[in-house]
Design a protein around this ligand. Structure first.
Ligand SMILES: C[S@@+](CC[C@H](N)C(=O)[O-])C[C@H]1O[C@@H](n2cnc3c(N)ncnc32)[C@H](O)[C@@H]1O
Length: 230
């Protein structure tokens, strides 16, 4: 493990992809069993591949961090020729010194896209290619008002509830529920009982799915808005 600044160290996970660890919180950005493997399992396979194709898929990510989920989503968009608009929120943006040490671009053969993800300005829309448009917002996710009925999918990938208490609250999940289209999904690595109860109280229907290596379960929450009973 290499110390990059006084708070963050970089490590190589079991699948060869790098990850970061916040020393002050003793919290990792990804599973040590494999950063790319985990992100693919939770966000791409259980999230993105589960929604039907349409002219444009709108995704909201809570916790941009290293940009790994954004890069994998961009890879999907290019390979599948699927237009994606990606809004991502980050409370603690990482410095260039740190992101330039991550190996995702090299491993995925997407070095140019990875560099662009980190060099584009915050708070403006940028198209990386014909299929992938991104807007990065540097703010605490709990403080934002989201566009209603707009997103097809939410990647909820912030630090765990014990570190971000204000985020994992009913008021925030209420706003996220409203931001989703009918029947759209939120996926997260966190399967804690409190989180499941809070999501349900905001109107989500919960589905537990098998987790990636080292994690028993993950959550997919469905925003069912229309009542079929007339
Ligand atoms: C588990 S890491 C994952 C990040 C990212 N998806 C990735 O693949 O690198 C969690 C991220 O959420 C960010 N975060 C924590 N609390 C947040 C909040 N309240 N609002 C927005 N981002 C937050 C952290 O700074 C960190 O970058």
């Amino acid at each position: 493990m290499e110390e990059i600044d006084s708070q963050i160290e970089i490590l190589i996970t079991e699948d060869g992809s790098s990850s970061l660890r916040r020393k002050d919180l003793q919290e990792g950005y990804h599973s040590t069993y494999g950063a790319i493997a985990e992100s693919n399992h939770i966000f791409i396979n259980a999230g993105l591949r589960n929604i039907e194709r349409k002219s444009q898929i709108n995704i909201l990510e809570i916790g941009f961090g290293t940009g790994l989920n954004a890069l994998l989503t961009c890879e999907f968009a290019i390979k599948e020729k699927q237009k994606i608009f990606y809004q991502t929120i980050e409370k603690y943006p990482l410095s260039k010194e740190i992101t330039s040490k991550l190996n995702y671009g090299k491993i995925l053969n997407m070095e140019e896209e990875f560099e662009m993800l980190h060099s584009i300005n915050w708070e403006e829309n940028n198209s990386l290619n014909t299929y992938f448009e991104i807007r990065k917002t540097a703010q605490a996710a709990e403080e934002i008002s989201y566009k209603e009925n707009f997103f097809d999918l939410i990647y909820f990938d912030a630090f765990a509830p014990q570190f971000e208490e204000k985020l994992w609250q009913k008021e925030v999940f209420d706003k996220l529920f409203l931001s989703l289209k009918d029947n759209a999904n939120l996926v997260t690595y966190c399967c804690k009982g409190d989180v499941k109860r809070t999501l349900k109280s905001s109107g989500f229907q919960i589905e537990k799915l098998p987790g990636p290596k080292g994690k028993r379960e993950i959550l997919r929450a469905n925003a069912v808005k229309k009542n079929d009973l007339v």
